[in-house]
Design a protein around this ligand. Sequence first.
Ligand SMILES: [Zn+2]
Length: 358
Amino acid sequence: MTFLADLRELVECQSPSEDLAACVRVIDLALQISSRNLTPAANLRSFGDRPVFWWGADQPEVVLLCHLDTVWPIDSYLPLWREEGDQIFGPGIFDMKSGFLQAMYALKEIPGAESKVALIGTTDEEIGSHASRGLIEELARGAKATLIFESSIDDTVKIGRKGTSMYRITVYGRAAHAGLEPEKGINATTEIAKIVLSMAALENAEHATTVVPTVMQSGSTTNTVPATATLDIDARSFRSSELQRIDTAIRSLQPSNPAARIEITGGINRPPLEHSATAELYELIESVAKKLGMPPVGHVSVGGASDGNIAAAVGGRVLDGLGASGYGAHAAHEHIFADRVENRISLIAGFIKELING
Ligand SMILES: [Zn+2]
C-alpha cells in the first residue's frame, strides 16, 4: 500500500514544534507527497514565523485541519518506524501525521474537491497554536464545517474537549523575624495554604470541572515570616459557564488577614469545545457511516484541548478526532492500527462528499 510508504517518510521526517528548520522540512516533504497524490499542487504559506501546508480552496466550505509538528525532540523517540503486527510505532504517527495523510488520501477519492475544500497542515499546534490561531479562526468562521484530524480513540470521533484556564495567585504579606517578633509579620504561606483548600471547593464533578493547585512557592528562609507566596492553578471544564464561574471566584478571593494582599494573573486560555458546536456534524457522520454500511462511529469527550477548541470558540461547526485509530499520544507507546486506515479513509471521503454536495 503506497499509504504506508508515504506515512513512513512523513514520520521519519522528525518535526518537533520548537525546531523551526525541522518544521520547514516536514512541510516541504508534505508538499512532495501531495504532488504525488493530489492535483492541483499544494503550496507553502506562512503565518507569523510558521510554515503552513495549504491545498485547495482559499475560502473553503470544508476545512480539513491538521498539524504536522510533534512533541518529540529530534531522536527522542527511536526507532522512528517500527511495525509489530498491525501496529505501527513512531514519533507523531498517531498525533497526527497519519490523520493528515488519511485526509489527503480521502481527497484522492473526491475529484474537484479543491474548489470547496482545503487541507491545512500547521506546525505550532503542540505549543499552543499562537502563530496559526488567527488563521484557524478565520477559516472556521467562513466554513460550513471544520474537521480536525486529531487521533481517534477506538474509531470514535471527539465531540467535546475541555477548555483550560491558567492562573497564578500571589499573596503579599510582610516579613518579620520568626523568633523575635513573628506577630509583626503577615504570613503569606498561611494565607496561600487557605487558598489551596478553597480551590478544591470550586470543583464540580457534574461538568467534570477540575481546579488543580499545581506549583507553589513561598518564603525565603526558615526563620523569617514569609512575605510572599505564589500558587499556580490549572482549571478545566466542558462548559464555558463553568470556566467563567471559576474565573469570577478566583478574581474575588479575599485574604483572611485583611493586611495581606492578593494579586491574580492569567485567565481563560482555551474555551471548551462544547457539544453544541459538534452535534450537527456528529449526526451527519453517523448517517454517512450507516449509508456506507459501517457500524456506528460513536463519540467521546476528552480533557485535552486541540485546534477544535479555537474553531468552536468563534462559532465554527466542528468535528474532532477524525484521524488515525491508535493509542499513546505524547507517550512512548505511540502507535496506530494500520489495518483500520482504509476504512477510515472511506468514511472520511463519504463524509466530505456529503458536506460539499448535501
Ligand atoms: Zn498532541
